[in-house]
Design a protein around this ligand. Sequence first.
Ligand SMILES: Nc1ncnc2c1ncn2[C@@H]1O[C@H](COP(=O)(O)OP(=O)(O)OP(=O)(O)O)[C@@H](O)[C@H]1O
Ligand SMILES: O=C(O)c1ccc[n+]([C@@H]2O[C@H](COP(=O)([O-])O)[C@@H](O)[C@H]2O)c1
Length: 199
Amino acid sequence: MTVTGPHRRIGILGGTFDPPQNGHIAVALEVIRRLELELVLFVPAGSPWQKTEAISAQHRVAMSRLAIAGHNSLALSTVDVDRDGPTFTVDTLRDLRREYPDADLFFILGDEAFEGIETWKSFEELANLATFVVVSRTGTPVKVPAKLSPSVNLLEITTLPISSTLCRERIQEGKALEGLVPSAVADYIFDHQLYRRPQ
Ligand SMILES: Nc1ncnc2c1ncn2[C@@H]1O[C@H](COP(=O)(O)OP(=O)(O)OP(=O)(O)O)[C@@H](O)[C@H]1O
Ligand SMILES: O=C(O)c1ccc[n+]([C@@H]2O[C@H](COP(=O)([O-])O)[C@@H](O)[C@H]2O)c1
């Protein structure tokens, strides 16, 4: 992926994106607005080791590309699918630091994802690599590990009550995805007959 121009404050939304849904788009756009970021990179995980099952990275990348199409401030990075092995954020951030040596990097995540951060690979190193922007998704108070606290920004924003799990469940129930995913993503899911059976 090539980004032109002096992108100095770059957000990173890592995710399984199984599938990408409107909550992902909304949170990225809102964090751009609130933190005055130039750009948010959507970074699909190649092998999301803490999720039980996910469809192929190829489908998740294709849907992520469709999901962000038309948003100038959103872009796709394939660093995590281009690397072999389980996806670790410490590697994501090192790779993106090489790509953007002078940028301030902001890793965006929901409070429920942040809750497990002490289980992430080399979590103590993460504080040196990016600012962690934790958005309120569940509303439960966020406990910040002391080692990360200088690099954590708790951001109160209104998030959409949408999850990829909800999207998959609705497909299995034969219900429409209207309002839950961008229409190009809904078309892709339909065309490829994804998520029809429980994974
Ligand atoms: N509606 C939302 N609002 C705010 N953040 C979200 C929302 N949906 C997902 N996120 C955040 O985006 C990142 C990637 O999410 P992910 O791709 O795992 O989607 P998910 O909806 O949480 O998936 P699943 O339901 O399969 O667990 C995580 O940090 C997650 O907290
Ligand atoms: O680094 C780790 O060990 C690690 C463990 C779990 C999740 N992550 C990252 O957290 C982001 C959100 O993950 P998920 O599983 O909620 O879609 C995504 O970028 C993952 O690669 C990272």
